[in-house]
Design a protein around this ligand. Structure first.
Ligand code: ADP
Ligand code: MG
Ligand code: MG
Length: 320
């Protein structure tokens, strides 16, 4: 194909964000990166000041007014946290801060401390007022953490930004959250080719390639941020039931969906459900496809006709 591809990248949201366009449009590029930066500044819990941090700082004392954009994400985060059997929990902050997985000072905390913080990780104790756009964490020490979904939400918004510049073919990669927009000018069947990473291997080592059009591809896995102590691996998705990293047969779950926020939410939820219950849950969500990768080297594919998968891993067994 003779298409000219323009690639831009910046370090944002603790990762490399890259954008690929097929027309030259620098105002659109800077609008995308500025939007991401502005949203990160509102949503982050890795700095002392942000809209979300102002909610956290007021825990146990008062409701805080937030912008419509932040409120909208928090409303959806609460809904996802209250779904039956959902291990997604946006009130998980006190535990994330205790474990510090992926940050300096990570540790296995004392069991009593985990138990104490678990009582604070309760989404029911987060009160939202739709009319005033206020959020109130009703107990001291509570903390919202949107780390599992902020990138998806932001990726979806960048798609709107690009559309406002008349751009309907692009790909944006927010450190693993990939959003493909429209059809690909790079391949004859107009499908985008997205790599699925091999767990615990070099970044360019792939299990296979997904072929998609106009879809988000989001992975939650145990191999991006973790530490090992006494031969046990501790990764960054915390089980809101136990307070410890979720422990099951999975290495990762990838969700293929129209929007990236949904992909982000369900990659965490299906990760927590494991293969059997995850596949059952997927039956209720025909608008998504998924790939489960297990520790015993199986790749379980449920495409729901949203993608094709070409394996590159002879040592993994494909089940579909
Ligand atoms: P990444 O940060 O690599 O994109 P994920 O999208 O899977 O990975 O999100 C992991 C992050 O989500 C954690 O670093 C933490 O901030 C937050 N988190 C951890 N456990 C949960 C949970 N049970 N529910 C919601 N968010 C969580
Ligand atoms: Mg996620
Ligand atoms: Mg993520």
């Amino acid at each position: 194909m003779s298409e000219i591809c323009h690639t831009y990248s910046q370090q944002l949201m603790g990762t490399t964000v890259s954008l690929q366009l097929f027309v030259e449009n620098l105002p659109a590029v800077s609008a995308v990166f500025q939007t991401i930066q502005a949203l990160e500044t509102r949503l982050t819990v890795n700095r002392n000041h942000s809209e979300v941090m102002s909610i956290n700082h007021a825990a146990g004392s008062q409701p805080v007014v937030v912008s419509k954009l932040v409120f909208d994400l928090i409303r959806q985060a609460k809904q996802a946290s209250l779904l039956p059997h959902s291990c997604f929990n946006f009130a998980i902050g006190p535990l994330v801060k205790l474990w510090k997985i992926g940050f300096n000072g990570h540790n296995v905390p004392p069991a009593e401390e985990i138990a104490q913080r678990l009582t604070l990780a309760n989404p029911e104790l987060i009160k939202l007022n739709e009319k005033n756009h206020t959020v109130f964490l009703t107990r001291t020490g509570m903390e919202i953490d949107l780390g599992a979904i902020a990138k998806g939400y932001i990726a979806d918004i960048t798609k709107l930004v690009l559309a406002s510049y008349g751009i309907h073919q692009a790909i944006i990669n927010c450190g693993g959250n990939v959003l493909t927009i429209g059809s690909s000018p790079l391949s004859s069947n107009q499908q985008w080719h997205i790599g699925l990473k091999r767990p615990f291997a070099a970044a360019d080592s792939l299990l296979g390639i997904l072929h998609v059009q106009n879809k988000s591809v989001v992975t939650s896995g145990i191999y991006e941020r973790y530490f090992i102590l006494n031969e046990k691996l501790y990764h960054h998705i915390i089980d809101p039931q136990s307070g410890y990293p979720l422990d099951n047969e999975l290495q990762s779950v990838t969700i293929i969906s129209d929007n990236s926020l949904t992909g982000d939410i369900y990659s965490t939820i299906l990760y927590g459900l494991g293969v059997e219950r995850g596949l059952k849950e997927l039956e209720k969500h025909q608008y998504m496809g998924a790939i489960f990768v297990t520790k015993d080297k199986k790749i379980i594919i449920k495409s729901n006709q949203h993608f094709e998968f070409k394996s590159l891993a002879d040592d993994y067994q494909i089940c579909s």
